[in-house]
Design a protein around this ligand. Structure first.
Ligand code: ZN
Ligand code: FE
Ligand code: FE
Ligand code: ZN
Length: 291
């Protein structure tokens, strides 16, 4: 575990691309409050990425309803206009093989700057939902990890997503695979690299039972070795968590071999131009270079 000497509330100089608003039913704050928080903390940019309505299920504490999507998009576009070059319109979409076409259609109907693709389901099991945590007791945990890694690779290869969300979320409640899964991790890294997807270093895991960022250091190291690019995301569900622990996230990235991260370009035409990625250098380690 990397220990950053700065306070845990320190926000490094990196944009936060993973944030949720009250619309999802399990977060607090408006998009405007998130933007305000990012500005106050001195972040160089923020993307709002609320949960795209699920297709296979309507649950008011998981995502907004389908008829709220338009209002979400409009609210963020307004902020984007007010803070040009600072705010991006993102969204976090679930990857499920059975709803891929409907998700693609929903995404195509709105000018998202970027889409975070997340795997929260293995078949119909919502493994990160506290209400379904028992599922770990009914399954072989190693096989859960294998199935999950497989889905991540599939998600990346759809080409539908710009960022792969909280890679290794499956560890959230602290259930760990007994086998090393080194081969599976290496294969996944190869698939991610050739898909061109960006992986986020997501600090939310630090606030969950597992107490560790997504992905784990040993996984991130394999990604670094394979040249998979990274962004940073807090997965904040309250404005106070914007940019949370980014100092530690960057320290971890440097430690495993990264020297750059990806900054997304917001463009008026929306998503097609979110491919406008810039590779920017990671900041030097805290306290280094000065005396
Ligand atoms: Zn959420
Ligand atoms: Fe998620
Ligand atoms: Fe999220
Ligand atoms: Zn998330």
């Amino acid at each position: 575990m990397i220990v950053d000497k700065r306070p845990s509330s320190y926000s490094g100089g990196y944009p936060d691309y993973h944030t949720h608003t009250g619309r999802c039913g399990h977060a607090q704050g408006t998009a405007a409050e998130y933007v305000q928080a990012a500005r106050q903390k001195g972040l160089p940019g923020i993307g709002i990425s609320d949960h795209l309505p699920l297709v296979h299920l309507r649950d008011p504490v998981l995502t907004m309803a389908a008829d709220q999507l338009e209002g979400y998009v409009e609210a963020v576009l307004e902020l984007k206009e007010r803070y040009p070059g600072y705010v991006l319109l993102g969204v976090e979409a679930d990857y499920r093989p059975d709803t891929l076409d409907q998700v693609r259609t929903m995404l195509d109907q709105h000018p998202f700057d970027y889409v975070i693709g997340s795997v929260h389901y293995i078949e119909d099991w919502g493994f990160d939902d506290p209400r379904q945590q028992d599922g770990f007791q009914e399954r072989d945990v190693d096989n859960v990890y294998r199935a999950y890694f497989e889905l991540l690779g599939d998600a990346a290869e759809t080409g539908l997503f710009d960022i792969l969300g909280h890679l290794d979320l499956v560890k959230k409640f602290g259930y760990r695979a007994q086998s090393s899964l080194k081969d599976e991790t290496r294969i996944l890294a190869t698939r991610l690299r050739s898909s061109g997807i960006v992986v986020e270093v997501n600090t939310a895991g630090l606030r969950k039972p597992v107490g560790e960022m997504y992905p784990a250091p040993e996984v991130l190291k394999v990604l670094a070795k394979n040249g998979v690019p990274i962004t940073f995301g807090s997965d904040a569900h309250t404005p106070e968590d914007v940019g949370r622990d980014f100092g530690s996230a960057a320290a971890l990235a440097r430690k495993v071999g990264y020297s750059e991260y990806v900054s997304l370009g917001g463009a008026p035409e929306g998503r097609q131009s979110a491919a406008l990625r810039r590779f920017l250098p990671l900041e030097p380690a805290a306290g280094a270079g000065t005396s």
